[in-house]
Ligand binder design. Structure first.
Ligand code: FES
Ligand code: FES
Length: 163
């Protein structure tokens, strides 16, 4: 069976990128295998776990079930684009401070979902954090440290706490 390839052009983390990928590729496959952005994780690959969550025009999407062509002409943000090692996002600093990641497999997706929450609601309560992360499964942490880290990052972003 022959595979048809397309050149897709994406704006990822502020950069214009192009990749030749099989035309059936999802956004996740294109990010990981076409562009080498392996921060977004391939977990269940069927929309159940949230490990592949990225932002599309600022909204969280499950990139494993998003055809790559749906992302063309839109702004894609992956965990690599949230912050840099020398300038981490407040969420990344808070996850480090609170020990909110263990194996870390779920963390990129949770960071992206959390970043979208804080962008639309700078002062969320615990219920809002739980709701925003309800599609992101973590097998390790029990969630408490994750919720604490997100609430702390929100305080930092509002100027009310140390990162
Ligand atoms: S890898 Fe996309 S939801 Fe699990
Ligand atoms: S830290 Fe291991 S799955 Fe969440």
């Amino acid at each position: 069976m022959s595979v048809h390839f397309d050149v897709v052009r994406l704006r990822v983390n502020g950069d214009e990128r192009a990749a030749g990928v099989p035309s059936h590729y999802t956004l996740l496959e294109t990010l990981r295998y076409g562009l080498g952005l392996t921060g977004s994780k391939q977990g269940c690959d069927k929309g159940d776990c949230g490990a592949c969550t990225v932002l599309l025009d600022g909204e969280p999407v499950l990139s494993c079930i998003t055809p790559v062509h749906e992302a063309e002409g839109r702004e894609v943000t992956t965990v690599e684009g949230l912050g840099r090692p020398d300038t981490p996002h407040p969420l990344q600093s808070a996850f480090d401070r609170f020990g909110a990641g263990q194996c870390g497999f779920c963390t990129p997706g949770i960071l992206c979902s959390s970043a979208a929450l804080l962008a639309r609601d700078p002062d969320p309560g615990l219920d809002q954090v739980r709701d925003a992360l309800s599609g992101n499964l973590c097998r390790c942490t029990g969630y408490t440290k994750i919720y604490d880290a997100v609430l702390h990052a929100a305080r930092v972003q509002r100027g009310g706490g140390e990162s």
